[in-house]
Ligand binder design. Structure first.
Ligand code: ATP
Ligand code: MG
Length: 456
C-alpha cells in the first residue's frame, strides 16, 4: 500500500496544467474515482473526476469557464482546453436517513477522509497531481490487481446509507469482469427494501451500464443471485423456469440474458440491447399447451411489447428509447420466405421503418444465436437483407412523399381536400408498393380519377 505510483507519462499533460493552477493558489488537487481505477488497469479513462480542498467558489474564481453543475454537492465543472473536468471539494457525508440522498454535505479536511465515504475500495483511490503519488488507504490497488469488488468498511453499513450501492456492485462486476466479494453477495438480500426506494432514474443508469458491458448476463445473473432481480425487474424474474421445448435449449430467462450477450457482441445500440433483454417477457403470460402437448406462445411479442412499455416507463426512459425498443420487440417475429413478393418486401420495410432495419436485424440475430447457444454463420438474414437492399435501391415507393403526385395534383383534377383525399392517397401508395411501375404522374392521376368517380 501507499508506495505505488502511476508512471508519470500516463498522466495526461492537460491534468498537469490544471494542477499547476490549483498549486499556484496554494490548493491540492487529486484525480479520483473510476479514472484512477482504470489507469491501474492499464485502461485509458474517458472522464476525469478531480477532488480538491478548495471550496467551489474558489475553484470558480481560478478558471475562466466554470459551470456550477452540482454546487449543492460541492461539484463544479471546469471547461479547460476542450475538456470538461468535474471538480468536487473534499466531502464527507453525514447520514442518509432515507437511503437515497445524503441529508447534508459537509466538506472534509483531507483526501483520506473524502476517500473513506466512497463505496468500493477500487473507487477509493486518489492520484495526487501533478506527480502521480497514489493515495490508497484501503488497498484498492490490490483489489484492482485481484479483480475484486470489496466495500470500504462494512457492507451492511454502506448499503443502508445508499441503496444504489448494491446495484453498483453488480454493475461493476459486469462492466469490469471483476468478482464480487462473498460478504457483499451475502449482505445484499438484507437491503432490497433500501434499493427499492432509490430514484428510478439512478437505477436505470445502472441497468444501462450493465447492458452496455461486454457480458450483461453476468450482471443480471448476479442480480438474480442477490435477489435484486425480483423487486427491480419482476417481469424478468418470472421468466425463470419457463421452459420452451422445441428449438429452445434454455428457459426464457437464460435465453433473454444470452440474447443480451450476443447483442453486446454485435455492438448493438441501447434500444436493441433493451429489446434483447425484454423481447420474451410476454411468454410466461401467453404460454399454452397445444393438443400435441407442446408449449406455444401465440402472439407473445404483443404482450412483451405491452409489458416492456410499462417497465421502461417505470424507469423513466426517454420516450424515444421506449418507442424504439417497443417497436423492435413488436416486430421481432418476422418469418421471411423466398416466396415473398417484392410488394411484401416493401411492406416489410414500411412496417419496420427504413431507419430501424439494422437494429431489427441485430435483435433478430441476437435472438437466434441465443436460441442456438452459438453464433450462426453464414448470416441467415442474408437472403432477406439482399432483397430489402434491392428494393431500397429500386424505384422508391415507401411513403406518401415517394408518390409522383401530391394532394395539390389531386385538387387540380377536382378532388376536394378531406378524408376522401387521404384515403385515395393511401390507396395510391398501396398500388405503387405492389407495382412501382405505376408510380408516374400520368398513371396515378388516372387511377385517382377512377377512384374518385367510383366513390362518388
Ligand atoms: P464509471 O464512471 O466508469 O462508471 P466511476 O467509478 O467513475 O465509474 P461514477 O458513478 O462516475 O463511477 O462515480 C465516481 C466516483 O464517485 C466513484 O468511483 C466513487 O468513488 C464515488 N461514488 C459514486 N457513486 C457513489 C455512491 N453511490 N456511493 C459512494 N461512492 C460513490
Ligand atoms: Mg465516472
Amino acid at each position: 500500500m501507499g508506495s505505488v505510483s502511476i508512471q508519470p507519462h500516463l498522466i495526461p499533460p492537460l491534468l498537469k496544467e490544471v494542477a499547476a493552477t490549483f498549486l499556484s493558489h496554494g490548493k491540492q488537487v487529486f484525480l479520483v474515482g473510476g479514472a484512477v481505477r482504470d489507469l491501474l488497469r492499464g485502461k485509458e479513462a474517458t472522464d476525469w473526476d478531480l477532488a480538491t480542498d478548495a471550496q467551489p467558489e474558489a475553484v470558480i474564481a481560478m478558471f475562466r469557464r466554470v459551470i456550477p453543475t452540482g454546487i449543492k454537492h460541492g461539484t463544479v465543472t471546469v471547461h479547460f482546453k476542450g475538456h470538461a473536468l468535474e471538480v468536487t471539494t473534499f466531502r464527507t457525508e453525514s447520514s442518509y436517513s432515507d437511503g437515497r440522498h445524503p441529508d447534508t454535505v459537509y466538506y472534509a479536511a483531507t483526501i483520506e477522509e473524502d476517500l473513506s465515504r466512497r463505496d468500493f475500495t477500487m473507487n477509493a483511490l486518489a492520484l495526487e497531481l501533478p506527480r502521480g503519488r497514489l493515495i490508497d488507504p484501503f488497498d484498492g490497488a490490490g483489489d484492482v490487481r485481484r479483480r475484486l469488488i470489496r466495500c470500504v468498511g462494512n457492507p451492511a453499513e454502506r448499503f443502508v446509507e445508499d441503496g444504489l450501492r448494491t446495484l453498483r456492485a453488480v454493475r461493476f462486476a459486469a462492466q469490469l469482469g471483476f468478482e464480487v466479494e462473498s460478504s457483499i453477495i451475502e449482505t445484499i438480500p438484507r437491503f432490497l427494501s433500501v434499493t427499492a426506494k432509490v430514484a428510478p432514474e439512478r437505477i436505470r443508469d445502472e441497468l444501462d451500464k450493465i447492458l452496455a458491458s461486454p457480458q450483461p448476463s453476468r450482471g443480471f445473473l448476479l442480480m438474480e443471485q442477490t435477489r435484486l432481480l425480483e423487486p427491480l425487474l419482476p417481469e424478468l424474474a418470472l421468466c425463470r423456469g419457463i421452459e420452451q421445448k422445441g428449438f429452445h435449449r434454455f428457459d426464457v430467462l437464460d435465453h433473454s440474458l444470452l440474447a443480451c450477450d450476443f447483442a453486446a457482441q454485435e455492438s448493438a445500440p441501447l434500444s436493441v440491447r433493451l429489446a434483447a433483454l425484454l423481447h420474451d417477457i410476454g411468454k410466461p403470460h401467453t404460454r399454452r399447451l397445444d393438443e400435441t402437448g407442446v408449449w406455444t406462445f401465440y402472439r407473445h411479442e404483443h404482450e412483451s411489447a405491452r409489458l416492456s412499455r410499462n417497465l421502461l416507463s417505470r424507469f423513466r426512459y426517454p420516450n424515444t428509447v421506449i418507442d424504439g425498443t417497443v417497436h423492435l420487440i413488436k416486430e421481432h417475429m418476422f418469418h421471411y420466405e423466398e416466396s415473398w413478393s417484392d410488394g411484401a418486401i416493401r411492406r416489410f420495410i414500411i412496417r419496420v421503418g427504413e431507419e430501424n432495419l439494422d437494429a431489427l436485424y441485430k435483435l433478430r440475430r441476437a435472438d437466434a444465436y441465443a436460441t442456438a447457444g452459438r453464433e450462426l454463420l453464414p448470416d441467415f438474414l442474408l437472403p432477406l437483407i439482399t432483397r430489402v437492399d434491392a428494393a431500397l435501391a429500386g424505384t422508391r415507393a415507401f411513403s406518401l412523399k415517394d408518390l409522383m403526385v401530391s394532394g395539390k395534383d389531386l385538387m387540380a383534377i377536382g378532388i376536394k381536400p378531406g378524408p376522401r383525399m387521404g384515403i385515395i392517397l393511401s390507396e395510391l401508395l398501396e398500388t405503387v408498393v405492389d407495382d412501382p411501375e405505376l408510380n408516374t404522374r400520368e398513371k396515378l392521376l388516372e387511377i385517382a380519377d377512377n377512384m374518385d368517380k367510383r366513390s362518388r
